[in-house]
Design a protein around this ligand. Structure first.
Ligand code: UD1
Ligand code: UDP
Length: 386
C-alpha cells in the first residue's frame, strides 16, 4: 500500500483533489491510501465546505485552520503544520495541486524531510514573477519527483527549464519524471456535467435568461488591489451590460468583495448597485458554477480554472489578465486576453460574441488524467512494504 498525503487549501485545489480521490476510491483503493490535509487557507462555508458536500470528497483527516494572512505568515504557519503531520504519518509521497501558498508550503515541508513531491498541474508558467502563483509553481516544480503537466506547453516549459524528458527510474528530487497527463479539471467537468443539470435553479433564482447572460469572476490580487485596474474591469462590465441590455452575473470572491468597498470608484459602485442587469452574488457551489458556465453567453474572468471550464462547455472567454498559462485557449481563438483594459474588454466581448464557427478542440486529455496519475504513482513511488 502506498500512503500519500494530499494537501488542499484553496477552493480550486479542493475541486481538483476530487478527481484523484474519486479515482482512488473507484479503482485504486487496494494500492493507494490517501490522507487529506486541509490547510484552512480558504475557510468560508462557500469557499470550502460546500465542495466536500457536493463533490463527495472525503472529510480532511487534518485541518490546520491557517486562515488568511500575509504570504510569509500564512505560508510559514502551513509549513510547520504540514511538517508535523508528515513526521507523524510517514507517507511515501505528498500530492500537491496548482500554485497557491498551500502548494508552496507542502513543497517546502516535504522536500526538506525527503518526502517525494508529486505535483499535479506542473509546468504552467505565466512568465510573470509579480504573480505570487508563478513563484509558488516554479519552486514546487523544482523540488518535485513526479510532475504531471496538464498541457503540452506545460511539459515543454519544464523541458526548457532543464527537466530531462527521458529520465529513467528510480525517480527522485534529483532525477524527476515529467509527464503530459491531461487536466484533472477536465475529468471533473466531464464527470459533474450531467449532475449540474440539477442545479439550474441558480439561473432562475437570479432571474437570468439561458444563453443571454455574462458570467464573470474577478479575484486575482493585481486586479483587486490596484484601484485603476479594478475600476477599469467593473466599468467595462457595466458598460457592456448597459449597451447590450445583458445581465452580468458575478459570483464574487471574498477578497474582491472586501476590496470593492475601498478600491471601487463611489459613483461607479452606486451605478452598479442600482443596475437591474449587474448582479453580484456570493460564491456559488461547483455544480452551480458548471450550470452557469453551460448556460451563459460568454465568460469574462481572471480565474485560471474558470477560463478552462468556459472552453470545456464551449463558451468564449475574455481573459481579464495580462497573460495566461493556458495559451492554447487563445491560440485556438476561443479566448482573448484583454488585461484590465476597458476598451480591449469591450472590443473582445464584441469580437467573441459576433464570431461564428468557434472551435473547441480536445486539448486537455481524455477525462482520465486522475486515473493515469494514480497508475504512475503506483508504478514509481515505493510502497511501505518494499
Ligand atoms: C488564492 C491563491 C490563488 C487562487 C485563489 C483561488 C495564493 C497566493 N493565491 O488567492 O492562486 O487563484 O486562492 O480562489 O495562494 N478570504 C475570505 N474567506 C475565505 C478565504 C479568503 O474572506 O474563505 C479573503 C481574506 O480576506 C483573505 C483574502 O480573501 O485575506 C485572500 O485570500 P488568500 O487565500 O490569501 O488568497 P486568494 O486571493 O484567495
Ligand atoms: N468556482 C466555484 N464557485 C464560484 C467561483 C468559482 O465553484 O463562485 C470554481 C470554478 O468552477 C473553478 C474553480 O472554482 O473550478 C476556480 O477557482 P478560482 O477561480 O477561485 O481559482 P483559480 O482557478 O484562478 O486558481
Amino acid at each position: 500500500m502506498i500512503k500519500i498525503v494530499t494537501i488542499i487549501g484553496a477552493r480550486p485545489q479542493i475541486i481538483k483533489a476530487a478527481a484523484l480521490s474519486r479515482a482512488i476510491k473507484n479503482r485504486f483503493s487496494n494500492s493507494i491510501s490517501e490522507i487529506i490535509v486541509h490547510t484552512g487557507q480558504h475557510y468560508d462555508e462557500n469557499m470550502s465546505q460546500v465542495f466536500f458536500d457536493e463533490l463527495g470528497i472525503p472529510a480532511p483527516n487534518y485541518n490546520l485552520n491557517t486562515g488568511s494572512g500575509t504570504h510569509g505568515k500564512q505560508t510559514a504557519s502551513m509549513i510547520s503544520g504540514i511538517e508535523e503531520i508528515l513526521l507523524q504519518e510517514i507517507p511515501q509521497a505528498i500530492v500537491l495541486y496548482g500554485d497557491t501558498n498551500s502548494t508552496l508550503a507542502g513543497a517546502i515541508a516535504a522536500s526538506k524531510i525527503h518526502v517525494p513531491v508529486i505535483h499535479i498541474e506542473a509546468g504552467l508558467r505565466s512568465f510573470n514573477k509579480s504573480m505570487p502563483e508563478e513563484i509558488n509553481r516554479i519552486m514546487c516544480d523544482h523540488v518535485s519527483t513526479l510532475l504531471f503537466s496538464p498541457t503540452k506547453t506545460g511539459f515543454q516549459n519544464l523541458v526548457n527549464e532543464g527537466f530531462n524528458p527521458k529520465s529513467s527510474k528510480p525517480y527522485g528530487a534529483d532525477n524527476p519524471k515529467i509527464y503530459h497527463s491531461g487536466d484533472v479539471m477536465y475529468d471533473n467537468s466531464l464527470h459533474f456535467s450531467d449532475l449540474a443539470e440539477k442545479k439550474t435553479a441558480v439561473i432562475s433564482k437570479n432571474k437570468l435568461e439561458k444563453g443571454r447572460f455574462i458570467l464573470a469572476t474577478i479575484h486575482r490580487n493585481n486586479n483587486t488591489d490596484e484601484p485603476i485596474r479594478l475600476n477599469a474591469l467593473f466599468s467595462a462590465l457595466y458598460k457592456i451590460s448597459e449597451q447590450h441590455q445583458l445581465d452580468v452575473l458575478l459570483p464574487l470572491h471574498p477578497r474582491t468583495a472586501k476590496l470593492l468597498e475601498y478600491n471601487l470608484d463611489q459613483e461607479l459602485h452606486q451605478k452598479i448597485k442600482g443596475s437591474k442587469h449587474f448582479k453580484i452574488i456570493q460564491p456559488v457551489s461547483f455544480l452551480e458554477m458548471i450550470a452557469l458556465e453551460k448556460n451563459c453567453k460568454i465568460v469574462m474572468t481572471d480565474s485560471g480554472g474558470v477560463q478552462k471550464e468556459a472552453f470545456y462547455f464551449e463558451k468564449p472567454c475574455v481573459i481579464l489578465r495580462p497573460e495566461t498559462e493556458w495559451v492554447e485557449l487563445v491560440e485556438c481563438g476561443a479566448a482573448i486576453i484583454t488585461d484590465a483594459n476597458e476598451q480591449k474588454i469591450i472590443d473582445a466581448f464584441s469580437a467573441l460574441t459576433s464570431k461564428s464557427g468557434m472551435k473547441f478542440p480536445k486539448l486537455y486529455g481524455d477525462g482520465k488524467a486522475a486515473e493515469f496519475i494514480c497508475g504512475e504513482i503506483i508504478e514509481n513511488i515505493h510502497s511501505n512494504t518494499n
